[in-house]
Design a binder for this molecule. Structure first.
Ligand code: G1P
Length: 289
């Protein structure tokens, strides 16, 4: 029987240069979207997909992430004493549901290298990878959609979406054979091709379900695009031996790692909130745009 996927790896060691100066001392994963840090959306998606073991690959200056997912005794004590139940629940909601382990990536050698750092904590089982910058709002959590495909094909699968040709330099792009409306068998992958050089318009979005075979591939591939060890290159290497699938997920994705994407996510997530949405909508409508 296929064992269920229990662990999700969150690479979070990046320097956040796209958000300087805010990220000089604050990890970019902790920037708030409305009232929750970016990384919490990804962790909640994992929990909503049945995954409670979280492995966060961190680096220097990221201790705020560890504190966020830990119990804050003083804060909880104070909120309890004041009878502020709703806030207490909001603070506890996530730390109660996850086991979080941390491993350091002491050198910024790329996404593939970050995933390789999680090898000992993941062990010999299938696992998910979540790039928290990609915030996905969906009726069924994106990771749960991928897990269903993984159960069907018993093979690694990654999320993809269509992007305009000029955006290919920002993504891993796949060449794939369409099997059904949303499912593709991957034939080739390339990390950040120049506009015009991409094999298709299907871009990898930061959700993957992988098998431990990826670790051997990542240990083999050398530096690729941007002189970094790329997860996409590891997947391409693995393709020699393992079938790979891509799934055009249902949902809306925001690139919260980019300033404009972050603003869009902030506005749209706030509009979706029952407590803030109506007042915020009125405010936006009244703006002299
Ligand atoms: C990473 C991956 C890339 C993928 C992208 C999705 O790139 O390397 O393959 O398409 O995430 O967000 P990054 O955005 O870290 O440069």
């Amino acid at each position: 029987m296929l064992e269920s996927v229990r662990k999700a790896v969150f690479p979070a060691a990046g320097l956040g240069t796209r958000f300087l100066p805010a990220t000089k001392s604050l990890p970019k994963e902790m920037l708030p979207l409305v009232d929750k840090p970016i990384i919490q959306y990804g962790v909640e998606e994992a929990v909503g997909s049945g995954i409670g073991d979280i492995v966060i690959v961190t680096g220097r200056g990221k201790s705020a992430i560890e504190d966020h997912f830990d119990v804050s005794f003083e804060l909880e004590y104070l909120l309890e004493a004041r009878g502020q139940k709703a806030l207490l629940e909001a603070v506890r909601a996530i730390s109660d549901k996850v086991n979080v382990a941390y491993i350091r990536q002491s050198q910024a050698l790329g996404l593939g290298h970050a995933v390789l750092r999680s090898r000992d904590l993941v062990g010999d089982e299938a696992f998910a990878v979540v790039l928290a910058d990609d915030v996905i709002v969906a009726p069924t959590p994106c990771l749960a959609q991928l897990l269903a495909i993984h159960r069907t094909f018993r093979a690694p699968v990654m999320a993809v979406m269509e992007v305009p040709p000029e955006q290919s330099p920002a993504y891993g792009m796949v060449q794939a054979e369409q099997l059904s409306e949303r499912v593709f068998r991957v034939r080739d992958l390339v990390e950040k091709p120049k506009a015009g050089d991409s094999p298709s318009n299907l871009a990898i979005i930061g959700r993957y379900v992988l098998t431990p075979r990826i670790f051997d591939s990542l240990a083999c591939v050398g530096p690729g695009a941007g002189s970094e060890i790329q997860l996409t290159d590891g997947l391409k290497h693995m393709l020699r031996e393992t079938p790979l699938y891509a799934y055009k997920f249902e949902g809306t994705r925001y690139d919260a790692g980019d300033k404009l994407g972050f603003l869009k996510a902030t506005v749209e997530l706030a509009l979706r909130r029952p407590d803030l949405g109506p007042g915020f909508r009125d405010y936006l409508r009244a703006l002299p745009l």
